[in-house]
Design a protein. Sequence first.
Lengths: 293, 342
Amino acid sequence: MESKINRYSKQLILINSLFILVWLVISVFPFIWTFWGSFKVKADFFSRADWMFAVTGVNTLIETGDTSTVKAYVESWTEGEFWKATMNTIIITVSVVTISLFLGTLGAYALSRSTYKYTFWILIAALIFRAMPHITLVSGYLFPFFQLNVWGILPTTIIVLVAINQPFTLWLLYSFFKTVPKELDESALIDGCSYFQAFRYVIMPVMWPGVVTAGLFSMMLAYNDFTVTSLLLNQQNYTMVPKINAYLGTIEHSGNYMWAVSSVVSATAPLFMIIMFFQRQLISGLTAGAVKG
Amino acid sequence: MPHKTFFWFFFPSGLAMLLFIGLPIISSFFQSLHIEPEQILMEVEKCDPFGCKTETKVDIEATTKLQEEQPLGRFNGLGTYGDRNHLAFEEIKEAWSNSSSIGEFTDILLNLPFYKALLFTLTFCFAVTPPVVILGFIVALSINTITKSLKGPTIFGVILPMIVTPLIGSLVLFWMIDAKGILGATIQYLFDDPNLSLKSSSQLTWITLIIYGIWHNTPFAFVVFYAALQTVPQDPIEAAIIDGASRYDRVRHIVIPHLYPVATFIILICLMDNFRVLEPIIGFAAEGVAQSLSWMIYNDLRSENKMLFGSAGATSMLTIIGVAFLLTPVLIRTWREFRTER
């Protein structure tokens, strides 16, 4: 697209590259630093004497006999029961993504194909629901959940996360379904398909990009959630994020602090991998509602 | 699509939203009208050889019985909304009549828990949003100009702060800013003050939180601006170049006007998302000096044996009113869009 007249001067390219470089460092360096530091002992990562210790690992060498150690990882995964938190996160994430895509595609398809006015009001209601701070919803859940005796277990949290996620999923999938031409399912209906068959065999096969995008966002919500999981799950069922917070609660035990650091790395690494593969879908989802000309 | 088909398609999703988003709001409101039951006291006469004394003790049996009868506590009407931890009408009235100057009055007002939290929440919202929009725009402009092969990895690096959950993001920064961490130590060195710590004063903590907010939210603004930049028409830009417009003029008069609607979208979403700020406060361990409305609710619900449902419900309702104010422009915008579509 670059036309010849719109060429950049040398100084501009230089300033521009410099700026991007600085910005990249600001965005990425904290994660590299934490990754590096997670292989050190606490005395190095939080060094009173000299922050360079975190790079060279002086105290790590003294304490463990090597300049880097996986002690924090091993301990947090075994003794700290981070494996359990990981399992819970996987169960919650997979269930939330599956269920919310199932409900979301059905609902959004109906919203995009109905011509009645109530679809508009449903979408507005979904928008209002999306704006509700999650913590205000949690304050409404706790009491009934205690009374019904369903507090603290995974299924409750899964349903709650699915519901919280619905408004956004509906809007996202709605805008994707709108791009699929109506003629496609109309011709299927004329050929004798029921609405469900048209949805299942004609529309869904061309909807995969949208479904992947919506799935990605559901995954991020379920994987990253702190508000709901920390208040609706009991300690044994904690997912990764509240677990990390729980490690911090016991600062006095200095070993635990490095558990939190190593767990942060354990929790973010898979997420970054997934985003690396699905970056395009993520960006298309973020811009679905924003850019219309 | 006939009504009946629509109903069955939409039913599962609608039911989920109604049960777990609609009902909790009503439940929250209902809770806010009640207050935890008081402990029932009883007088016990204790006699020993030196005489009899009456003592007041908590009647545990009766208290438990009352809790079982009324698990939600007793009805309190709108009382919780007016108490010291919420709108604090009495305290304000008293402060108004007792304080000699406006300054003194605001001092007292902003030390009341609810107003303190409101002040922080609003400060956070309105201090984070403008830099986010401006930085996001600049980053988008400059990434738009680099070579295509470098764009993918660069964008990946830039969006990382947005992908991680706020708790983890704030922890990662917090560990660096810690007086014993790399940034904290460097700042101490630069200012030549070994006791300087970003945790030491409330202003510095607020600034740290705001910087975190900018760091976390800029990628979102960047992504949306970047996508919008791809839709800027090239013809007027080329015409402007031929007419001799400088690069700055082109951005100022063609690109920015094109991006106005996108910018308002970013501002609204940013304000709404930051209004619920909670995790950074926990991550930075800043509860002492910076409380937000969400944090007040979280704090009421955190303890496992004595949750203050009434108080949490009342703060939730007040927060929802705040969200409603921020939401109105979004709703108006959506409504207009729908009208033009039809």
